[in-house]
Design a protein around this ligand. Structure first.
Ligand SMILES: [Zn+2]
Length: 464
């Protein structure tokens, strides 16, 4: 397998220290509000990677943290009149609901920052001891960036450029505008933990260094997150962890691209976001996943209703091929090493090229349609393989009919089935004009019917 390493800006062979226990750490979410589709991309991209690595026979230990203390959380709790703990536990519950609704597998561990404060304090102490951090006059502790020569290596930035381009006001307490907070002294009324520097709370960057080095052995095989975390968050994580332990922190850095609305990144601060739960009211979870995986994970991806509709149509083509075949989701194993399976793996092995992998699934669907009548057993075998490969992307896990019937509610469904039955009786009685009227009436409701073999009538949403 080849993975693109942000640190070297090139594709490198994937050679984990122990293939039974690939260590993957991904920066998770800050729980102060509902997550939007930008977060969904991170969740789905790394879910796809974990599923595929496991399919490829790797054992994976997947850690994704939760930031449950920071300025935004404190501000939001003041606005809503809740305690910080109440707000974060409420938002974590909602985050877990979103994750499950997207079909994203839970990580093996989901450390919360507030549960690792002693490890963070110990790490800050170590950095002070080794001369990489200092206690400032305002009560905060800062990391001394110029002491770490490799600073900027991940994101390809140079210290002098950063300094001259820096729009950060030189805070009096900092020795250098590039220095960043490791420990923040608490203001009255803020949540605080004891430390050698007085009551306070950890800076955001130190959280991940402490949790990753507590839960995993360094060097971590893969450290991931959204592209916006590359600088400064991941740069700072490297500076902290490598200065404290004098050893490499992570071997491969993976960053997923943004979700864009028009020319802008989808972001809470820009107000152009759609929450995961709002999106799931409009689109099926697999439609969202298909849309997220139809572009390579490093490319920007555009959000639009038209693209989502196109994703649903694409997915429906795969389900139409599966309809009527005797397969169940992901159940079959791979009964036949056909050329499609090898091509799917070649695409995924090449830095998780999901657009290419999806193209192989479409070719399989065409082949199933070609074989269906002449060689039904071969079609079913290929269908089982299609489902197994789809499952590594978190797709094709619905029953084909259930997916193709789409957003119709149970009461719609029983009305549709009743009309189809009335049409059948009309045809039996040779009342063809009435039968056609019923078909047209259903079409006006967006329901397309097809008369299949043995007098069975199938239906689906007509947009597919
Ligand atoms: Zn992080």
């Amino acid at each position: 397998m080849l993975l693109f390493n942000s640190r070297t800006r090139s594709k490198e062979p994937f050679t984990p220290t122990n293939r039974e226990r690939v260590q993957l750490y991904v920066c998770g979410v800050t729980v102060y509000d509902d997550c939007h589709l930008g977060h969904a991309r991170m969740l789905v991209v790394f879910d796809m990677m974990v599923r595929y690595l496991r399919y490829r026979g790797y054992g994976v230990r997947y850690i994704r943290n939760i930031t449950d203390i920071d300025d935004k959380i404190i501000r939001r709790a003041q606005e809503t009149g809740e305690s910080v703990a109440h707000l974060t536990s409420r938002m974590i519950d909602r985050f877990h609901e979103d994750q499950a609704a997207l079909g994203v597998l839970r990580p093996d561990d989901e450390p919360r920052a507030t549960e690792y404060i002693p490890a963070m304090v110990a790490l800050v102490e170590k950095l002070i001891e080794r001369g990489f951090a200092y206690f400032a006059s305002n009560g905060d502790v800062y990391y001394r960036v110029e002491r770490f020569p490799a600073y900027g290596a991940l994101s390809g930035r140079r210290l002098d450029e950063l300094r001259s381009g820096s729009r950060i006001e030189v805070e009096e307490a900092k020795r250098d505008p590039l220095d960043f907070t490791l420990w923040k002294a608490a203001k009255p009324g803020e949540p605080a933990w004891d430390s050698p520097w007085g009551p306070g709370r950890p800076g955001w960057h130190i959280e991940c260094s402490a949790m990753a080095t507590t839960l995993l052995e360094t060097p971590i095989d893969i450290h991931g997150g959204g592209q916006d975390l590359e600088f400064p968050h991941h740069e700072n994580e490297i500076a902290q962890s490598e200065a404290a332990y004098g050893a490499p922190f992570a071997r491969c850095w993976i960053h997923n691209g943004f979700v864009q609305v028009g020319a802008e990144k989808m972001a809470k601060s820009l107000g152009n976001f759609l929450t995961i739960r709002a999106a799931l009211k409009r689109f099926d979870r697999e439609t969202l996943r298909f849309w997220l995986l139809a572009s390579h994970y490093r490319s920007p991806i555009l959000f639009s209703d038209a693209l989502l509709a196109k994703s649903r149509t694409g997915l429906a083509r795969l389900y139409l091929a599966l309809r009527g075949l005797a397969t169940t989701p992901g159940s079959s194993g791979l009964v036949r090493t056909d050329p499609w399976q090898a091509r799917f793996e070649a695409a995924m092995d090449d830095d998780f090229n999901t657009p290419e992998a999806l193209a192989v699934l479409f070719e399989m669907a065409r082949e199933i349609n070609r074989l269906r009548d002449r060689e039904p057993e071969a079609a079913a075998t290929l269908g089982a393989c299609l489902r197994t490969l789809g499952a590594t992307l978190g797709l094709l896990e619905h029953e084909p009919d259930a997916f193709l019937r789409g957003a119709h509610s149970d009461s719609d469904t029983s009305w549709i089935e009743q009309r189809i039955e009335e049409r059948r009786l009309a045809r039996l009685a040779h009342r063809f004009a009435e039968a056609d009227r019923i078909r047209d009436e259903l079409a006006r409701q967006g329901v397309l019917i097809e008369d299949g073999p043995e007098g069975r009538t199938l239906w689906r949403q007509s947009s597919q």
